[in-house]
Write a protein that binds this ligand. Structure first.
Ligand code: SAH
Length: 352
């Protein structure tokens, strides 16, 4: 069965076309876009300044009901995780996360249902790719997290595309959604506060460089050499480390933004002192920050998080080698906030 288009799937231009074909004026299109993306009102019944005819036309033509969302909250932490039900799902969900720390309020959103990359330590890849999310399904996550943040008296300040899926394999939908999140009359989030995290996919990266949006890039590196990286990120189309470094340089030149290199630390695998020293040699002279992410242990997997002392030592070696380093704080582990863990649990309760 063909899925009905969601109202959030429509771009501003498509809303304008729809309005014109239904006898409305351009300002009606602007009103609708503001209701949907600016205020998160997707049901035309709530669009109080819009005429009856256009409201009815929208309701008849599109799926206007917000997705069912289940929130998982950890009282002690500042992380809340949403499972959004997909309309064609047969029970499948996508994950989005609200992270509140200090002044910063971050929405972490997914780009695909499942993931084809299958990083060996990651729950999202465990069941493969189900399908790409549509632009609307990506925006639905943003709207759900934003409204949740508002209920805590907070405004979303940052967006990271670090949920399930590989964003550069769903380029069109992801970039279209991010453009709306960036649009001052939509999400109004500044480009420097929008981060795309990727294992590096040459075709998508090329396009991103050509089209030149000033978003922030995060490369999932996870290893100081290509052989170890291929074991951890067993995806044929993933770029080599040299290609990622070249892309980071080109991005800095084009946008003035330094990239981040994400490094999930797995005890006994990629988190030894020798790996830190190799990483220093590999990234020497590259401008950017290495973000160390001590592994969030996943009950169904055998990978282990290194000790805090091992993490500190690793970070120290990188700093002494002249690299900029940040270490991700432990967040939301009690609600299984690492990539894909909740969905996997929902699909497969015996395993996780
Ligand atoms: N496919 C993209 C976007 C997903 S980002 C990418 O790989 O960059 C998801 C981030 O969370 C990646 O850096 C990934 O390596 C990390 N991650 C996944 N599972 C994790 C876990 N259990 N603990 C810590 N980080 C994890």
């Amino acid at each position: 069965m063909e899925r009905r288009r969601r109202i959030t799937d429509l771009t501003r231009e498509e809303i304008a076309t729809f309005v014109a074909t239904h006898g409305g004026k351009p300002f009606h299109a602007a009103q609708i876009a503001r209701w949907v993306f600016g205020r998160g009102v997707t049901d035309p019944a709530g669009m109080t300044d819009l005429g009856r005819a256009l409201r009815d036309a929208l309701t008849q033509s599109f799926d206007v009901t917000p997705p069912a969302v289940t929130w998982n909250c950890d009282e002690a932490s500042t992380t809340e995780k949403a499972l959004l039900k997909l309309s064609d799902s047969g029970g499948d969900n996508v994950e989005a996360v609200l992270i509140m720390e200090g002044e910063r309020t971050t929405a972490c959103i997914s780009s695909q249902a499942g993931c084809p990359v299958a990083c060996v330590f990651c729950a999202s890849g465990a069941l493969g790719l189900k399908r790409n999310l549509t632009r609307g399904e990506i925006l639905d996550q943003f709207l759900a997290v934003r409204s949740r943040a508002e209920s805590h008296g907070r405004r979303v300040s940052n967006i990271v595309v670090m949920g399930m899926g590989e964003p550069l394999l769903n380029y069109e939908a992801v970039l279209s959604a991010l453009d709306t999140i960036h649009d001052p009359e939509g999400g109004g989030i500044g480009a420097r506060h929008i981060t795309i995290s990727t294992v590096g996919v040459a075709k998508g990266m090329q396009r991103l460089l050509e089209e030149g949006r000033p978003f922030t890039l995060a490369f999932s590196l996870h290893a100081p050499n290509d052989a170890l990286r291929a074991e951890l990120v067993p995806f044929k189309a993933a770029m080599s480390i040299d290609a990622m470094v070249a892309a980071a340089r080109a991005w800095l030149k084009d946008t003035g933004r330094e990239a981040t290199f994400e490094y999930v630390m797995l005890a006994g695998v990629n988190a030894e002192q020798e790996h830190a020293r190799e990483l220093v040699r590999r990234l020497k002279g590259v401008r950017g920050t290495v973000n160390l992410i001590p592994y969030n242990e996943n009950p169904g997997f055998t990978w282990r998080r290194p000790s805090p002392a091992a993490v500190d030592m690793f970070a120290e070696i990188l700093r002494a080698g002249g690299l900029k380093v940040s270490v991700r704080k432990r967040k939301g582990h009690r609600i299984l906030a690492a990539c894909g863990q909740l969905r996997l649990q929902a699909l497969n309760p015996g395993r996780v």
